[in-house]
Design a protein around this ligand. Structure first.
Ligand SMILES: [Fe+2]
Length: 365
């Protein structure tokens, strides 16, 4: 069996590559988009078929190479079902087993907490823990739907009950460590040793860490398997854009969303903007779309990170606050409006026709 621990220096991310030299089947865990050439060279040099590209979660610190590996090699991508990455070929659930090679089994262990959909992969004598358990630490639980209590439960009841000699391969290490063991972490990990669940939650809720530098790009990108628009089109043409995110199903989702929300025209939006002094207007498009032109004075929060950032937006602690969402053409904002309604916001509107309609009507007057 061939095993390799790869490292992306820019984001301190570990990627794992497993291959069976007999059947020449391989699996990659947490691949980084910037390293795609290295992966393709490695796969080419070894002459293996990359069967699966598996994610321990939707990452906030780097963009995955999963979608590109699928585009290039036909690899199947897998992401935790609770991650909201509908582009993935396989929505991973706890207890799932991925098989490859002659007789290789990778068992999925749900370890939520860093994100709701975080999983660990248990293979032979080792476990790939993503951002759940680190060497002498653990992943943070203060954004992306994180939950310190769930993280504590996952580590202590799932990972720490594996055999002591199980090797721990984490998603990151910032101190130059490469591998640890379950026994070592259970006895010496300072985040957990001697701490009650409540003490752990208190510690995790007061880390006060800055956001990862690529979070605004990485989270939305990773929900579409790390592909940009042209790579996505390429995938759609090849029929490789996942089972649930084909053009047709996205259109269906949008039309269903439109029935559940209040859509308003540009004229109505102008009236609401004038009359509602507490109206919050949010542009949910990507960074490059926002900088190329937007409505004056709005808040910019890309769709992919909207749910994680609502708590930081002034006035939105009150879920009765009126909110107007817009995107490029009204599709993403319709989906975002449904998501906000589910979170309890009762006065959400979506701009019909999006910024395209706005600029056609307002900017050309
Ligand atoms: Fe992470």
């Amino acid at each position: 069996m061939f095993f390799r621990q790869l490292f992306d220096e820019d984001t301190w991310t570990f990627t794992y590559f497993l291959a069976d030299p007999v059947t020449q089947e391989a699996v990659i865990i947490d691949p980084v988009k910037e390293q795609i050439e290295n992966y393709l060279n490695l796969i080419n040099d070894m002459g293996v078929t990359l069967k699966y590209a598996l994610e321990t979660h939707v990452h906030a610190d780097h963009i995955t190479a999963g979608g590109l590996l699928r585009n290039h090699l036909g690899t199947q991508t897998g992401v935790g079902a609770a991650c909201g990455a509908e582009c993935a070929d396989i929505q991973i659930n706890s207890g799932d087993v991925f098989t490859f090679g002659e007789n290789e089994h990778i068992k999925v262990i749900a370890t939520p907490g860093h994100t709701p959909g975080s999983v660990s992969f248990y293979w032979r004598d080792r476990v790939f823990t993503g951002d759940s358990l680190f060497i002498g630490g653990c992943g943070r639980a203060d954004f992306q739907g994180g939950d310190a209590g769930a993280l504590y439960d996952g580590i202590t009841t799932q990972l720490f009950t594996l055999p002591d000699e199980t090797l721990v391969y984490p998603g990151h290490d910032y101190q130059g460590n490469e591998v640890s063991s379950i026994g070592q972490e259970r006895r010496y990990n300072p985040r957990l040793v001697g701490k009650s669940r409540a003490e752990f939650i208190d510690l995790m809720n007061n880390l006060n860490l800055p956001n990862p530098k690529y979070i605004d790009q990485a989270v939305p990108a990773n929900k579409v398997c790390g592909l940009d628009e042209s790579e996505r089109q390429d995938a759609i043409v090849k029929g490789q854009f996942g089972k649930t995110s084909s053009v047709a199903s996205t259109a269906t989702l949008v039309s269903e969303a439109r029935h559940q929300i209040r859509e308003i025209s540009v004229d109505q939006a102008l009236v609401e903007m004038q009359q509602l002094t507490n109206l919050v207007v949010i542009d949910v498009r990507e960074e490059h779309e926002f900088v190329s032109g937007h409505i004056d004075g709005v808040i910019h929060v890309p769709r992919g990170v909207l749910e994680f950032k609502l708590q930081n937006i002034n006035n939105l602690a009150d879920k009765m606050t009126p909110v107007l969402l817009y995107c490029g053409s009204g599709a993403r904002s319709a989906l975002a409006a449904v998501a906000m309604q589910r979170l309890g916001y009762s006065k959400v509107m979506s701009l019909s026709g999006g910024y395209k309609a706005w600029s056609a009507q307002i900017l050309q007057q």
